[in-house]
Each structure stands twice: as structure tokens, then as C-alpha cells.
Design a binder for this molecule. Structure first.
Ligand code: FAD
Length: 154
């Protein structure tokens, strides 16, 4: 049986993950596509130091259960300034595992809404390898419950 979702988030960077965490917190079934923290892991300089303090670098989740301080405790680290990018990436991956555990690393070329369904078209390349949707190129993946989305966000 195909999975049924209420909402789709394309992108698993800091904003995408936070958006997905809040939608999940509202009780919606959320599909998330993208490679977790890809820009930070693959397109930023190794050894880069963040300007922001760790205490101002939280990703957002509805009950603030997955803030940076919680990560430091869980990983038995001390907050440092300036914060190395590697620590932020570890925090982002920890956040994803705990707050948005079901990210699908498929790249999508488009999302269409038709006949009360979302259709995803897989596309793109990640790390030199072509990603394909689990159900082939075009899959009737999602049956949106518009009422549920409106109710949760309204
Ligand atoms: C050098 C540099 C330094 C920065 N330093 C800071 C800083 O210190 N503090 C700060 O707050 N911000 C900083 N930023 C900005 C920060 O990177 C962005 O604000 C933030 O990463 C945006 O998050 P996002 O969730 O929009 O997604 P992004 O981080 O932009 O990630 C994009 C996501 O989309 C996914 N994606 C892309 N194409 C597809 C597709 N076709 N299908 C599915 N998924 C797809 C990717 O896999 C990835 O998961 C910096 C940016 C740069 C370039």
C-alpha cells in the first residue's frame, strides 16, 4: 500500500527540518525529501566557524525538545565559541534523527497536485548517484487531506 501524507516538505536543511517538525507536531503526516543538511555538509568550507553562538543556533521544534543545549548534554559536549561547522552539522543530524526521523533522500523534480493527490517526480543527482523514487519516476504518492492541513495550520 502506498504511503499517505498530508503535507510535503522539499528540502532537509535547517528550515525544511524545522518546518517538518512543526507540521508533525500538529499531527500531520509529512513527507520530507532531500539530503539532510546537504548544503552544510557538502558545500561549505571544512573548518568554517559559525558567527552565531551555540545558544542562538537552535533548530525549531514545537516543544523545544531538540535545542542545542539538549544536544550538548546528549553528546556530552561543552558549548564552544566560535562554533565549528562540524559541531553544527552533528547537531543538525541529531535533530533530524530525533525530530524528523523519516527523511527520504530522493531528489524530486516536481510535485504536482491533481485529482486530490500529490504526484512526485523523482530527479536530480546526489553525490554522483542518481536517485529514483521508490515507486519509479512518477508515483501517486500522496493523498492530501486538505481538511487536516487547514485544521492543523488554521
Ligand atoms: C558559506 C555559508 C555560511 C553560512 N553561515 C551561516 C551561519 O553561520 N548561520 C546561519 O544561520 N546561516 C548561515 N548560512 C545560511 C544557511 O546556509 C541557510 O540559511 C540555511 O542552510 C537554509 O536552510 P534551508 O532549510 O532553506 O535549506 P538548505 O540548507 O539550503 O538545504 C537545501 C535542502 O534542499 C534539498 N534539495 C535541494 N534540491 C532538492 C530537490 N530537487 N529535491 C529534494 N530536495 C532537494 C537539499 O538536499 C537540502 O536538504 C550560511 C550559508 C553559506 C553559503
Amino acid at each position: 500500500m502506498r504511503p499517505v501524507y498530508d503535507a510535503v516538505v522539499v528540502g532537509a536543511g535547517p528550515y525544511g527540518l524545522s518546518t517538518a517538525a512543526h507540521l508533525r507536531g500538529r499531527g500531520l503526516r509529512v513527507a520530507v525529501f532531500g539530503r539532510t543538511l546537504e548544503m552544510w555538509r557538502d558545500y561549505m568550507p571544512t573548518g568554517m566557524l559559525l558567527r552565531s553562538h551555540w545558544w542562538a543556533t537552535n533548530l525549531s521544534d514545537p516543544r523545544a525538545d531538540h535545542g542545542f543545549e539538549r544536544f550538548l548534554k546528549a553528546s556530552k559536549r561543552n558549548g564552544a565559541y566560535p562554533l565549528p561547522i562540524e559541531t553544527f552539522i552533528e547537531y543538525g543530524l541529531w535533530f533530524q534523527r530525533n525530530a524528523v526521523p523519516d527523511v527520504d533522500e530522493t531528489y524530486v523534480a516536481s510535485i504536482q497536485h491533481r485529482d486530490n493527490r500529490f504526484f512526485r517526480r523523482a530527479g536530480g543527482r546526489a553525490r554522483g548517484r542518481e536517485w529514483r523514487g521508490r515507486d519509479g519516476d512518477r508515483s501517486p504518492l500522496l493523498r492530501p487531506s486538505t481538511a487536516a492541513v487547514r485544521g492543523a495550520l488554521g
